[in-house]
Design a protein around this ligand. Structure first.
Ligand SMILES: Nc1ncnc2c1ncn2[C@@H]1O[C@H](COP(=O)(O)OP(=O)(O)O)[C@@H](O)[C@H]1O
Ligand SMILES: [Mg+2]
Length: 587
């Protein structure tokens, strides 16, 4: 439901985090010149920022001496240097951002590409099991996490560490050791306190976010079911449920906010105490004549400057944790292996005549339930074989195996003598065309959808294919013709129209081997006639596997196979099967 709940379900160790960061590194390192320049700018910016208090010290000291000697003049050089340092610090900061922008967005682009490519490589079984929405959310978050992590590293964590080191070194070399120790102790306490409180507070945030999305889905669900709510006059019930969730959200939100105040106050208190202690040291030094007034100002300014970026530590820590979890999910996705892979040195399939053989094929989607049992048949080149049988018999499974969306459990599928498991998936799928049971179209123009079979085809090729599929006249009758956009999944077209688009596609692809999977199942008899005519034309001179439950599609088949519960129970020509008075005749 909510992303915050998922984090607790997917624990990831610090070791994995480190591995993941290492895996991210090559994406960032593609622009190593820019990375190094950005880091150099970062150091430049920090040197300038840390330099500012020093100039300030000199200004104070000069003015202080003059004050004693009652001989005042403006230390213009120092004042200008002060301004210049601030300017340079700013400049380097912006330079760092500008240089790093390319690195960051390029890394995001490369990672997105890698993930999508991987998702396309994963087998159908993976995609059937997962919701596409969930996958795309992981993808989004995964690339987002790279951006966030880089952001915080480059703009917050590394600069703060650099500044802290610089300040510590300066204080250590120039002043009594107490200063360095006091700063160090303050920073350590500050960090420990912040992380501790943040960790504790995160729980309220999770709760708040979980309740927020729960309330959201409740309200949406009640509106989606508007009519049902009215039928049962359950408006009060819906409101009560919604309000109960909102109440929990309110509690969590209030706790989250008040604990934030606690965090802020604690941080402030630690800084105040630290700075006070250091100022006491510095004050003592001034009184004892070991330090100047400028030193006091310097130490104060350094401290306050140092603590400024630490103010975001809580947020940074929280976001980093989420981002690391997101990144972990993404890399886990990338580690997912496909069930169907090309064998080493797989050769492309060479189709000579289009001879298809199923040889004792057994198959199960899940180990416990066998779908196909020792199925053997052949489709001689240029012939048409029909498979009929009740729904759920395993007919569509045959076509999925032919396309090698799954690997057979035992047995072989041969095309022109080559085992389909030994050839490249790409060449195999290029050799077969299918008019599937349900055609799903891209939400683009009809032209685009037909052309999808062969993006280099011309519009004339497309029109010719559409004519063969008996859909050209229909397309021309639409106000926008071939440019008509078909709606999500092709919903603006009827089932028969979609199916004819699918036929036009196959015509354009023109492979040797064709599969028609119940291509006329959902049609009225008029559309069916049109499609049958189209199919017959397309099928000429092709090796065809027809899956059907209506006789009209298959009476002209060279051979008919009756499949029941994954077994071939009868086969022969239409006349032979009628003669045999078996299951076929009943169908
Ligand atoms: N991805 C899947 N995972 C598990 N079982 C499946 C899957 N796809 C289909 N099945 C099961 O396999 C059997 C055969 O399905 P299918 O080949 O689509 O039948 P049909 O003969 O109607 O085309 C059905 O019982 C179906 O429930
Ligand atoms: Mg089917």
């Amino acid at each position: 439901m909510s992303k915050f709940i998922r984090y607790e379900e997917t624990p990831h160790t610090e070791r994995r985090d480190r591995q993941n960061l290492k895996r991210m590194f090559p994406f960032v390192w593609e622009y190593k010149g820019r990375v190094l320049l950005a880091l150099a700018s970062l150091v430049g910016a920090k040197l300038a920022t840390v330099g500012v208090p020093f100039v300030l010290k000199d200004i104070v000291d000069t003015l202080d001496v003059q004050l004693e000697e009652k001989l005042l003049f403006l230390p213009l050089g120092l004042l200008l240097a002060y301004g210049a340092l601030r300017l340079v610090g700013n400049l380097f900061n912006e330079l760092r951002d500008a240089l790093f922008a390319r690195v960051r967005y390029h890394a995001m682009r490369r990672v997105s590409m890698r993930v999508l490519k991987h998702l396309h490589q994963l087998s159908l079984s993976y995609h059937l099991e997962r919701k596409t929405g969930g996958i795309s959310r992981d993808l989004d978050r995964g690339t987002g996490s790279i951006s966030t992590i880089l952001n915080y590293l480059i703009f917050n964590i590394i600069p703060t560490i650099a500044e802290f080191t610089l300040v510590a070194v300066i204080l250590f070399s120039k002043y009594r050791i107490e200063f360095a120790i006091a700063i160090f102790v303050t920073v350590v306490i500050y960090i420990a306190f912040t992380l501790w409180v943040t960790e504790w507070r995160m729980h309220f945030r999770h709760e708040m976010n979980a309740m927020d999305s729960a309330a959201n889905s409740q309200s949406i669900d009640s509106l989606i079911n508007y009519e049902t709510v009215k039928y049962f006059t359950n408006e009060q019930h819906e409101l009560k449920r919604y309000d109960e969730t909102l109440k929990k959200w309110e509690e969590a939100a209030v706790k989250s906010q008040t604990s934030m105040s606690l965090l802020n106050f604690g941080q402030g208190a630690i800084i105040s105490i630290g700075v006070t202690v250091i100022m006491i040291f510095a004050g003592q030094g001034v009184v004892a004549g070991q330090l100047t007034l400028g030193d006091l100002v310097l130490v104060n300014a350094l401290m306050l400057q140092l603590f400024m970026p630490l103010g975001f530590l809580g947020i940074v820590y929280r976001q980093l944790k989420y981002s690391l979890a997101d990144m972990d999910l993404m890399f886990k996705l990338l580690d997912k292996k496909s069930d169907v892979v090309d064998v080493d040195n797989a050769k492309p399939l060479v189709v000579t005549e289009g001879h298809v053989v199923f040889d004792k094929v057994s198959f199960s989607y899940q180990a416990e339930r066998k779908i196909l049992h020792d199925v053997s048949f052949e489709i001689p080149p240029g012939k048409k074989v029909a498979v009929v049988g009740p729904s759920g018999a395993g007919k569509s499974t045959l076509s999925r195996l032919l396309f090698r969306f799954y690997d057979v459990s035992s047995g072989r599928i041969l095309i022109d003598g080559q085992n389909t498991q030994q050839v490249t998936q790409k060449s195999l799928r290029q050799a077969i065309g299918i008019v599937p049971q349900d055609t799903v179209l891209f939400n683009e123009s009809i032209l685009y959808n037909i052309q999808y079979a062969n993006p280099s085809a011309t519009k004339n090729d497309v029109i010719a294919a559409a004519k063969t599929a008996y859909i050209h006249d229909f397309i021309e009758s639409l106000p926008q013709g071939y440019d008509t956009v078909v709606g999500e999944r092709g919903l603006k077209l009827s089932g028969g129209e979609k199916q004819r688009v699918a036929i036009a596609r196959v015509v354009l692809k023109n492979p040797r081997i064709l599969v028609f999977d119940e291509a006329t199942s959902s049609l009225d008899s008029h559309s069916e006639q049109a499609i049958l005519k189209a199919l017959q034309e397309v099928a000429q001179r092709h090796t065809v596997l027809v899956i059907a439950h209506r006789l009209s599609t298959i009476v002209d088949a060279d051979k008919i196979i009756v499949l029941e519960s994954g077994r071939i129970v009868e086969s022969g020509s239409h006349a032979e099967l009628i003669e045999a008075k078996g299951l076929y005749q009943k169908l």
